[in-house]
Write a protein that binds this ligand. Structure first.
Ligand SMILES: [Zn+2]
Length: 489
């Protein structure tokens, strides 16, 4: 009890966290660190298998919603795939002759579109889904989430949580996710086994974490982690300093220098709620965006999660520095963090993607809900029904998310030369009929359960609603075990 109280006091003194990035802090100092598991330097064993594709595919019998720059939509269209990449996009009649020997994948008259990109989450937290809802932040964190994480988060937890998250994400058509948590090498391995694409970064914080006693140990781990995964076709390692209120100026600069040296993205929570902003401003004299700029680390390498309270000047700076933003509308709402100025950011030209954040504050990893919410939420706060159109919301979940990650040359739209991350969405649900406009249908009417088939890097990983790469029964049984164990305390 006393140790727990000391932990809470210590944590209370550290930050005024908001949002779920904050949950990362819950692990601080509350668990004896396990071994400083260094990451093997060799290439992942699963890489060879993960690169396997299903041979040439011809995806046909549907409407192709490309999400390209000119919003091309092809009725009775087709997409040809070979060696993990898109080799042709056109009408079915054009492509059927040319790719006559390719394996056919039918969209059943539905929609053929790019896979969804979740630009911010903490996937293992699915095992805390629904553990504590409708609470004030500090009560939720200190009395529910912190103790649960202290007791339960280890590498095994992270592996099972990632498997469950992959099942949920694949079922709903998410093909790429951006993660920051702990034991990130295990998360990368599990994402790879599931056949997903992911940008993954070990959280770097100025305090002890479950897997590292010191900042230097976590940085050394990150260096090895990046060396292990860099060049993998689907797993992109990143450097992930938690936030400017949990990482010192020197350490932020060190993290950025590491990302620059290793040529990988930098993922960070930024301007996520008023308390977090006040803390940074009080300590540094700068608002968070200006603070990172004053340190010389605000650039196109940065993906900033949340960005709920940037000033107009800071929005201009985000554009000037080519910073990507992950907008998490449902998490921001549930945790009462505020409403990000997305219409202003989009108008200014900021690359804004969508994210779910962790499942303890959402409580799911369903990108269709984020698309629908993003399109509606900003109409409420702006009193302007024309902002964030259905098309813009869908772009944030696809090509704009890719832009935020600096990956738009590879993913986010169905165009020749890009990686073949394609989802087939059924359109014959009662809730989808009749349909006058594809963007309206997808943004406002479609549910994750309408996704039928998921193809990543040219490999079919879900077919007719069945995820092929994860043993769902085993994962659900394990999730029930975790539930029983956690609920018993
Ligand atoms: Zn977060």
């Amino acid at each position: 009890m006393r140790k727990s109280q000391m932990m809470r006091d210590r944590l209370r003194g550290l930050t005024g966290w908001m949002s779920t990035g904050l949950m990362l802090l819950s692990l601080v100092a509350c668990q004896a660190p396990s071994t400083d598991s260094s990451v093997a330097a060799e290439a992942p064993g699963a890489a060879a298998e993960s690169q396997a594709t299903d041979g040439p595919l011809l995806i046909t019998d549907g409407t192709v919603v490309t999400m390209d720059a000119t919003d091309t939509i092809i009725e009775d269209g087709a997409v040809a795939v070979a060696d993990g990449r898109i080799v042709a996009v056109g009408t079915a009649s054009e492509l059927q002759a040319e790719y006559a020997s390719a394996r056919r994948v039918s969209a059943g008259g539905g929609i053929i579109m790019p896979g969804l990109i979740n630009t911010h989450t903490h996937v293992p937290m699915v095992l805390f889904r629904g553990l504590a809802d409708d609470l004030k932040l500090m009560d939720w964190l200190e009395n529910h989430i912190f103790p649960a994480e202290a007791k339960h988060v280890d590498e095994e937890f992270v592996r099972w949580g990632t498997r469950l998250a992959c099942l949920e994400m694949l079922r709903g058509g998410t093909t790429t996710f951006v993660d920051m948590y702990f034991f990130e090498d295990a998360i990368a391995e599990e994402a790879d086994r599931c056949g997903m694409r992911a940008v993954v970064g070990e959280s770097l914080i100025d305090f002890p974490t479950p897997d590292h006693k010191t900042w230097d140990a976590a940085v050394a781990y990150t260096r090895n982690f990046v060396a292990r995964w860099k060049g993998h076709p689907r797993i992109t390692p990143a450097v992930a300093p938690h936030a400017p209120y949990t990482v010192s100026a020197d350490h932020l600069k060190e993290a950025h220098a590491l990302a620059a040296e290793l040529e990988v993205p930098l993922v960070i929570h930024l301007a996520e709620d008023r308390t977090a902003i006040e803390r940074v401003t009080k300590a540094t004299g700068f608002s968070p965006v200006n603070y990172l700029d004053s340190l010389g680390i605000l650039d196109d390498r940065v993906l900033a999660a949340h960005m709920v309270w940037p000033s107009p000047e800071e929005i201009a700076l985000l554009v000037e520095r080519d910073v990507g933003v992950a907008h998490n509308p449902q998490s921001n709402m549930k945790i009462s963090a505020g409403v990000a100025p997305v219409p202003a950011m989009l108008a200014a030209g900021v690359a804004v993607g969508l994210g779910t954040d962790g499942a303890a504050s959402n409580n799911d990893l369903d990108m269709w809900e984020e698309i629908d919410t993003a399109a509606k939420l900003h109409k409420v706060t702006s009193a302007d029904a024309t902002v964030v159109s259905a098309r813009e919301a869908l772009r944030m979940a696809t090509i704009d998310g890719a832009r935020a990650l600096d990956m738009e040359a590879e993913i986010g739209s169905l165009e020749v030369g890009k990686r073949a991350d394609v989802i087939l969405v059924g359109t014959d649900g009662f809730h989808q009929q009749p349909s006058y406009n594809a963007y309206s249908l997808l943004t406002y009417s479609t549910k994750s359960s309408d996704v039928e088939t998921v193809i990543i890097e040219g490999r079919v990983v879900m077919e007719q609603g069945q995820v092929l790469t994860v043993d769902a029964a085993g994962v659900l049984a394990k999730a029930a075990e975790y539930r029983d164990r956690i609920a018993a305390e």
